[in-house]
Design a protein around this ligand. Sequence first.
Ligand code: NAD
Length: 480
Amino acid sequence: MNHHLTIKSDLFIGGEWRPGQSGDRFDVVDPADGTVVAQFAIATEGDCLDAVAAADAAASDWAATAPRERGEILRTAFEILTTERDQLAEVIVRENGKSWGDAIAEAGYATEFFRWFAEEAVRIPGDYRTSPGGDKNIIVTRRPIGVSLLITPWNFPAAMATRKLAPALAAGCTAILKPASETPLTAAYIVEALRRSGLPAGVVNLVTPVPTGPAVRAMLDHGAIRKLSFTGSTEVGRVLLANAAGSIISSSMELGGNAPLLVLPGADLEEAVSGALAAKMRNGGSACTSANRLYVHRSLHDEFVERFRSALDSFAIGSGLDRGNDIGALVSLKERDKVAALVDTAVAEGATISLGGETPVGAGAFYPPTLLTGVTHGSTITRTEIFGPVATVIEYDEVDEAIRMANDTEFGLIAYVFGPEGDAMRSAARIDAGMVGINRGVISDPAAPFGGVKQSGLGREGGTDGILEYLEEKYIATSR
Ligand code: NAD
């Protein structure tokens, strides 16, 4: 791949890059053309348990390392990845398929977690109070929770890794990172950046077991792991929560979404269209935050659809290595076919294709920007996370009805509202979601708490809460 880069494709255990015990490898495929980018080491169950043992062995020294020192290692990683932003973006494009603009944006966002948590490492709060009865001092300190298993998806291979690694390391926890097998190279790039930043051996470990389930289960049953942080589908999250129950492992879950986007009467159409485009099409629609259902008030519907359609129509689709393309490939042909099947089902259930909807021929996992109108609330596509560049528009008459439909889902990650600010604020307050964007289509920020309610997850990442997921309170009483 890139001439000036050596991309790691091995496991990282106890401070060393090494092949798996079996010597077997799996292909990492460029979804834009089906070529093999690299062959990555398969981790056996034994390799995975070695990684847990390495993280366990490094845990007490790392917990005892001065917060400033931990923060400065993270700061160095921030600086390395800022300098190498283009290289990181290229790795993301090659294995994930996304557009150059999306990859560069992700590389920047991902890197910022190292800066944010470098700053948070030295601000871990505690408490000191007198008991109400006056007999004792109540001293509350926070300690690293311990060895953390971090499991990440393929859609944001850099950001989902740093959003977990940075707070875990800042808190003083050691970690095992298990990236999605579609995108291990980005994870390896980030882990190598941490090694180059001076992170001691064993503090971070990288494993890629195939198949994943049994090896992850073995790690969770090992006994040393005290924290599980997972980003991925609700379905897998449910299985992992059950597995974590065996050793009562503290679990944070960033799961699926089915984001509603409401265009209220009186909304500024230009703002609504550009916001909806960002909310829907960012990352080619492969985002848990992607606007899955656009509820547009009847008074604005036709003009919204026309403007949205013509904007989508101008999107260029093709390889992310060609920096002019707006939409890249989906991560795999399998994912592409899932999106195509959802569109077919929507049409069978009465939706109209206003743009796109035809799977292109060729080896690349491309799907065109697609707009579906006349979609019925409750139809399959409104109940399923689309994860592709397909927008569905549902017309409504009453705001109360739109809010009812927005909340009619087992998910609750994020919602978007476009309209006069007061009205939008009132609607936002009534929507069951962990996050709401008002008159803007992109809200992620390392300084803000990211997470969902209902079956979209447990816990928050980023912000001032992010580090707390990796800390445990310890109460010490002294007599007064
Ligand atoms: P996935 O659930 O299939 O896989 C996620 C990770 O879990 C991968 O590393 C995978 O290898 C691993 N995994 C799969 N089966 C496992 C098992 N049985 N035991 C242990 N690990 C297992 O999800 P995906 O397809 O990679 O990503 C898409 C999903 O991620 C979507 O549902 C999306 O909404 C969600 N997501 C959520 C957020 C969020 O912050 N809420 C962010 C990004 C993606």
